[in-house]
Design a protein around this ligand. Structure first.
Ligand code: AMP
Ligand code: MG
Length: 398
């Protein structure tokens, strides 16, 4: 059995490159850019009015002119107009091109308009209310760097530079494998000795947050079936995320099946709770990575966040997000296992404060909904209230 630190190191030493692909802009959210994106024109592309009002030539004010007849109206979306004479003005709408021979925009709120004559009511600053061409980005500069995770703000930038297709890192093809004869489908009414499957549903949902759509299969506790189904799954996927079947039970066939199929075991069993029987390996022939988590829902859930998510992020070239939180109570870890304890983290006086959610062990599924992550507590260590500890978030906490 290895330590958590060693296990994590080995998992991260086995990251994988899934290649790149072109996808349409409307599918790009959540993916990682595999190309630099350039401004195809200046940002903004022309001197743009930022207020509704009138455009004037400031030199007229310097000559003492305070009221201006309206020459024309410049609407957003119409070509640039020209102010023919500096003692006149052009009405202008937000988003319109500032007319030639004007350099200042005064908003309606600071004007009085009577019969096409505009009077200024407030002092005016030269150049006000104009978003100058190229002042955000000049044409040709990089507006998004390769390696950036595409979120809603990036989608806006991609749209404005005309990227209908984007080169992104490919996501891994993943199959979720649940095992166990006690498990029935969600739609079924379980008999006394049965339970409904939940792990593959949890993992499927978690992966959707990463924009990965995974397939799920179920394998009965039968060695030959397990072997043929796993072989097929290895051929068709980059990653197998399994739950159950890796502990010491008589029907926990997975470790033996992996061995017989020539999957390289990188480790089995980690000094941690929950999730101790975790099995991790790699199938060289098909280049498939195998995360076989113990079946207890909290074990599967914790290990997904502790090992798989950092592995995925690093594989995609994203940084591992490391969060430290403050324990608000004493905790004595008097085991030689790294403990991952459900915790509810809240922001308090600009600090992330963690209250422990002490559930009923790794089979306790409902207490996962009362927490927003797991705190990591080292073996044989006493933590006083106020101690800083690593935190693995399982949901958005801010
Ligand atoms: P195992 O790791 O196969 O020994 O399973 C450990 C515990 O987790 C058993 O009580 C199983 O019934 C339960 N379990 C295994 N797989 C699932 C699953 N997909 N959904 C819910 N519970 C599961
Ligand atoms: Mg089982």
């Amino acid at each position: 059995m290895i330590t958590y630190d060693k296990a994590k190191e080995l998992v991260l030493a086995n990251i994988q490159d899934f290649g790149i692909q072109k996808i349409s802009l409307d599918k790009a959210i959540g993916h990682v850019l595999a190309e630099d994106v350039f401004a195809d024109r200046d940002f903004p592309p022309f001197n743009r009015a930022t207020k509704d009002g009138v455009a004037i030539n400031y030199a007229a004010l310097e000559k003492g002119i305070q009221s201006f007849p309206i020459q024309a109206i410049a609407a957003a979306g119409s070509p640039q107009k020209e102010l023919k004479s500096s003692d006149k003005c052009i009405e202008i709408m937000t988003g319109a091109v500032v007319p030639t021979n004007t350099d200042t925009v005064v908003m309606y709120e600071h004007l009085e308009i009577e019969e096409d004559l505009v009077k200024l009511l407030k002092p005016v600053k030269k150049g006000q209310n104009i978003h100058i061409q190229g002042s955000d980005e000049a044409k040709g500069t990089i507006v998004l760097n390769k390696g950036t995770k595409i979120e809603a703000a990036e989608i806006g930038v991609l749209a404005s530079v005309g990227k209908i297709e984007v080169l992104v890192k490919k996501m891994p093809k993943i199959v979720l494998v649940s095992t166990g004869d006690e498990l029935v489908d969600v739609s079924e009414t379980p008999r006394l000795h049965q339970i409904r499957k939940s792990n593959s549903h949890t993992l499927k949902a978690a992966l959707l947050n990463e924009t990965i759509v995974a397939n799920a299969i179920h394998i009965a506790d039968d060695k030959e079936t397990t072997k043929s189904e796993i072989l097929e799954a290895l051929k068709q996927n980059d990653v197998l995320l399994l739950s159950g079947g890796v502990s010491k039970g008589k029907y926990d066939y997975l470790p033996k099946v992996f061995e017989e199929l020539g999957v390289k075991k990188i480790f089995h069993r980690v000094k941690q709770r929950p999730g101790k029987p975790f099995w991790f390996g790699k199938h060289k022939e098909t280049n498939t990575t195998i995360f076989a988590f113990p079946g207890n829902p909290a074990s599967t859930f914790a290990n997904y966040h502790i090992y798989f998510k950092p592995w995925l992020n690093l594989s995609l070239g994203l940084p591992e997000s490391e969060i430290t939180v403050i324990l608000n109570e004493r905790f004595e870890n008097n085991t030689d296992l790294t403990r991952f304890i459900r915790a509810k983290v809240k922001m308090d006086s600009a600090k992330l404060i963690a209250s422990l959610v002490l559930g009923n062990g790794s089979g306790d599924l409902t207490s996962l909904t009362k927490a927003n992550g797991f705190v990591l507590l080292e073996p044989n260590k006493i933590y006083e209230a106020g101690a800083a500890v690593p935190f693995f978030s399982t949901r958005t906490i801010l």
